[in-house]
Design a protein around this ligand. Structure first.
Ligand code: HEM
Length: 217
């Protein structure tokens, strides 16, 4: 690292801005414009979907930029220098997503996640477990770089190791897959032909996972 450089190229602001813009427009188009969800549901329900999508995309960037370089792709300096800000922003967006989700997760709103008697279905139990474990892993990941734990070489090399990350990423897959796969199989039901947000996030996941599989040391 060049400590004397007074200016490091960093595209984080633009990457975050365009990712949020894309996620916002995607959710608005799919749910309000094509899905006819009333606009009164924007501030909590639909915004939560765009926040979770933006978080997911930013996280995928955060985890894949380094491995992409290791594969031999010429990743611009400005992307490499953006990693920490992207990770931190994604974590904060996930925190908003989790708080909103805890409030709206009810049978009246998410019928497909619940049985008639109000208990969770098997798949939604798996999905929520995946979400919560991913959240806790992300928390640990952030702690690792933000506290005195970063002095602990063993802890750092464990939490940034190939096997830990490849396994940890599977919990976010679990969150998306068990939430959405039944809807993924019915393109005829997609609002305006637009794939569900869980499937869009899953597509980012697949690309990111393959890059990590080959490029993560
Ligand atoms: C405490 C942890 C979490 C809880 C309780 C939770 C809860 C939920 C719920 C209830 C949904 C369905 C919302 C909807 O369809 O409107 C959802 C969707 C989603 N979550 Fe999470 N989640 C958690 C963590 C995460 C994490 C760590 C990520 C990764 C960034 C994530 C990404 C997503 C995505 C991309 C969707 C798809 C939205 C859609 O298809 O509409 N979640 N989550």
């Amino acid at each position: 690292m060049n400590h004397s450089a007074s200016f490091q190229k960093n595209y984080a602001g633009n990457i975050i801005f365009f990712t949020c813009l894309f996620s916002l427009f995607y959710a608005i188009l799919r749910y309000h414009i094509f899905g006819l969800v009333p606009w009164k549901d924007f501030p909590f329900l639909i915004l939560n979907k765009s926040i979770s999508l933006a978080a997911f995309i930013l996280l995928t960037f955060n985890f894949s930029i380094g491995p992409l370089k290791n594969i031999g792709i010429n990743v611009p300096e400005g992307w490499l220098n953006s990693r920490q800000v992207l990770g931190m922003t994604a974590f904060l967006l996930v925190l908003i997503h989790a708080l909103i989700s805890f409030m709206v997760f009810k049978p009246e709103i998410f019928a497909k996640f619940f049985e008639e008697n109000g208990s969770l279905t098997f798949y939604s139990g798996l999905s929520m477990l995946g979400g919560i474990i991913s959240f806790v892993v992300l928390w640990a990941y952030n702690l690792a770089f933000k506290t005195t734990m970063k002095e602990d070489q063993k802890f750092i090399s464990f939490i940034t190791s190939r096997s830990f990350l490849l396994i940890a990423m599977l919990f976010s897959l679990m969150h998306l897959f068990f939430m959405g796969f039944e809807g993924w199989l019915n393109p005829a039901d997609w609002n305006g032909g637009m794939p569900p947000i869980s499937l869009v996030a899953f597509s980012f996941f697949v690309v990111g996972y393959i890059i990590n599989l080959f490029g993560r040391k």
